[in-house]
Design a protein around this ligand. Structure first.
Ligand SMILES: *[C@@H]1O[C@H](CO)[C@@H](O)[C@H](O)[C@H]1NC(C)=O
Ligand SMILES: *[C@@H]1O[C@H](CO)[C@@H](O)[C@H](O)[C@H]1NC(C)=O
Ligand SMILES: *[C@@H]1O[C@H](CO)[C@@H](O)[C@H](O)[C@H]1NC(C)=O
Length: 647
């Protein structure tokens, strides 16, 4: 049986993903041996890579090279996927290189000298410290974490660490300066020019592989004013950078590295300590339980109301029908001659629905893959790459849905329809991206998409997505328009005066509340992961929330649609789209609230960028939820009008 087979395949997939019995390319484990014992399969040199720096107080990420830190002489950049480039990740090699299981203490990397003149490079570092920019280092495809104590004896492991910290002119100690009482001079910057790196490894004893594997990399940022290049002192006073330089300033960068063996940590679960230190999981379960209770309650209500009312309605109608003389009709039944009357602006609606379908399928597949662990944070940029590629490949359903609905609405301008489906919303998003990219370019941020990538995206859009959309539209127009169970009258019926609650706008506004109520906790974590750079890994939860959103959007729209039909208002096409699409407006309001309450973003450029990205999110979410509501309502309307036989 088909169902049984696919169920089995699903279970096998789940099993494979949870037991890590296979690895994705690029994520395979690497073995390390001591210097002198290295072979092709066993490296002795451990390379540290540096990623772009980012900040919670600014939307602009910067490349490591934008700052005057120690650079690798023969710098290499591992090739990056589309998702990484779009997210502004820029990975490059670093001068921090060490050998496996060879402890080092207080080793110099490089030194930089600044003269007491105006010095743009030092100013840029100071600005970075002021805005609390964070380093993101990578060892063996793992983030190097900085673990520190938070309240209640818990440890938080952050995948980044600050450049330095500052003490304000009024003596207020900011950000990371709280870690030591030595950072106490007013109006001074402290640079973290030293790192104590600890690498934990599994020696491979009792396992079926040779060599050792790295299971954790941690560091502690330190600040030391080394006396001179030949005389490093890793117990010295902190490295101060005064507000105004009065004499020559020499900054010496150094590091120490310690190797620790720990055979209780499995390689496959080496990310767990980072994820476990994040305090969200319980809140997540709580929020899911909460949403589920809401959903169950709502579904129960909807089902009850539907069944009882509909049942009563249908029974009453049939009764009337059978008793010959009854001509009195009521409620939703009255509008049967208008219910499938094509909507105004059917062109725009069909275009929205086509693109909404594309986004819906894309989201579903992406989340499903993420849920199976294919797009874990270890697989950098995979999530974004996957969704972009899927979107491009899903042009055909968009064209098909849009064309088929447009034909059903009786539209004739099929060329305009196809072109709009292929170009409208992607065009808006691309234009938005382009404007933001100009700002990012101007600021020299690493998030600026390189020209080549921009051309590649355009090529994918026009070379693959647009032709696929045309293909879908061809099939959509070729097919007959969708058949409806009841015929449409020639003359439109007068809509009676509506009460406040059945007027269009209040209904639409109410419709978005319930779906939004189910997702906003998850939304908080997603916004955190985007803007506060916290790692997002709870795709299982996200998938559940996706299903919950699907159900609440459909139910809320069906419910409101039914009330409106009972009030003899048959303009349901646009309304069902807007009712659930209104969830996106709440999302936008929430993002504005988040901006003002949770973020400390300063500067016009950052603010513009924040809202630029938010508008893109809004648009995508609007199409996504609107489409869900529309199809739920369409299904419902067809259902009830086919149950009641009209002639
Ligand atoms: C290389 O490995 C052998 C055993 O496999 C060991 O005896 C030797 O000490 C190792 N050499 C170094 C430099 O660690
Ligand atoms: C490195 O230092 C750690 C901690 O001090 C120690 O346990 C380990 O044995 C040292 N490793 C080597 C190769 O000396
Ligand atoms: C190894 O790691 C585990 C889990 O983090 C920890 O509980 C244990 O104390 C560590 N063992 C050693 C020898 O450090």
């Amino acid at each position: 049986m088909g169902v049984k087979n696919s169920l089995q395949a699903f279970v096998v997939l789940l099993y494979m993903s949870c037991c890590s019995s296979f690895y994705l390319p690029g994520l395979a484990p690497v073995s390390f041996c001591r210097e002198g014992n290295s072979t092709d399969n066993c490296k002795s040199r451990i390379e540290l890579f540096v990623n772009r720096l980012d900040s919670v107080e600014s939307v602009l990420p910067y490349e490591y090279d934008a700052f005057d830190f120690c650079k690798d002489e023969n710098e290499r950049r591992p090739s990056e996927n589309l998702g990484q480039v779009l997210f502004g990740e820029r990975i490059e090699s670093s001068p921090y290189k060490f050998y496996f299981n060879k402890n080092q203490t207080c080793k110099m990397i490089c030194s930089k000298v600044y003269q007491p003149k105006v010095n743009t490079q030092l100013e840029f570092i100071k600005k970075g410290i002021q805005l609390n920019y964070q380093h993101h280092w990578i060892v063996d495809n793992m983030p190097v974490t900085w673990c520190y104590d938070v309240e209640e004896g818990q440890k938080f492991c952050s995948p980044g660490f600050p450049i330095g910290c500052a003490v304000a002119p009024d003596g207020r100690v900011k950000d990371a300066c709280v870690i030591s009482s030595e950072f106490n001079k007013k109006d001074t910057f402290y640079l973290f020019n030293h790192v104590d790196i600890t690498i934990t490894y599994h020696s491979g004893n009792g396992e079926n592989w040779d060599g050792a594997r790295l299971v954790a990399a941690r560091l502690v940022p330190k600040s030391y004013k080394h006396p001179s290049k030949d005389n490093l002192n890793c117990e010295a006073h902190p490295m101060e950078i005064p507000q105004e330089l009065t004499s020559k300033l020499e900054v010496i960068y150094s590091y120490s590295v310690t190797f620790r063996e720990n055979n209780t940590i499995k390689w496959a679960s080496r990310w767990d300590y980072i994820l476990e230190s994040m305090p969200h999981t319980n809140i997540q379960w709580f929020s899911i339980m909460n949403s589920l209770v809401i959903v169950l309650f709502l579904s129960g209500m909807v089902a009850m109301i539907m069944l009882r009312t509909l049942h009563k309605d249908i029974a009453r109608y049939n009764q009337i029908d059978s008793s010959e003389d009854a001509q009195e009709e009521f409620g939703w039944k009255l509008v049967h001659g208008d219910i499938f009357r094509p909507p105004k602006k059917g062109m725009l609606l069909s275009v929205f629905l086509g693109q909404g379908t594309q986004i819906f399928i894309m989201t579903f597949i992406t989340l499903f893959l993420a849920c199976l662990g294919f797009l874990s944070p270890a697989n950098r940029g995979a999530l974004m790459t996957c969704s972009v590629v899927l979107w491009v490949l899903l042009g055909t359903p968009a064209g098909y849905v849009s064309a088929r609905l447009y034909k059903t609405f009786g539209g004739e301008k099929w060329k305009t329809n196809v072109l709009m489906t292929a170009l409208l919303c992607p065009g808006i998003i691309f234009a938005d991206f382009f404007v933001m990219n100009i700002i990012l370019w101007e600021k020299g941020s690493s998030a600026a998409i390189p020209f080549g990538t921009l051309v590649a995206i355009l090529a994918m859009w026009f070379g693959i997505s647009v032709p696929l959309t045309f293909l879908g539209a061809y099939f959509g127009f070729k097919e007959r328009s969708i058949e409806h169970p009841v015929r449409t009258n020639q003359i439109p019926r007068q809509i009676p005066v509506q009460s406040f609650f059945t007027k269009p706008l209040p209904g639409i506004i109410m419709g978005g509340i319930l779906p939004f109520g189910c997702i906003f906790i998850q939304l908080f974590f997603i916004l955190n992961s985007i803007w506060s750079h916290q790692m997002y890994y709870m795709f299982g939860f996200l998938f559940l929330v996706f299903i919950i959103l699907l159900i609440t959007c459909s139910e809320a729209t069906i419910l409101l649609c039914y009330f409106h039909l009972c009030a003899e208002d048959y303009h349901w096409w646009w309304r069902s789209f807007l009712t659930s699409g209104f969830t996106a407006v709440y999302l936008f309001i929430y993002a504005v609230h988040y901006f003002f309450s949770k973020l400390q973003i300063t500067g016009t450029a950052s603010t513009i960028l924040y809202f630029g990205y938010t508008i893109i999110m809004f648009l995508i979410f609007f199409l996504f939820t609107g489409t869900i509501g529309f199809f739920a309502c369409y299904w419902f309307v067809k259902k009830i009008y086919s149950v009641v036989k009209v002639d």
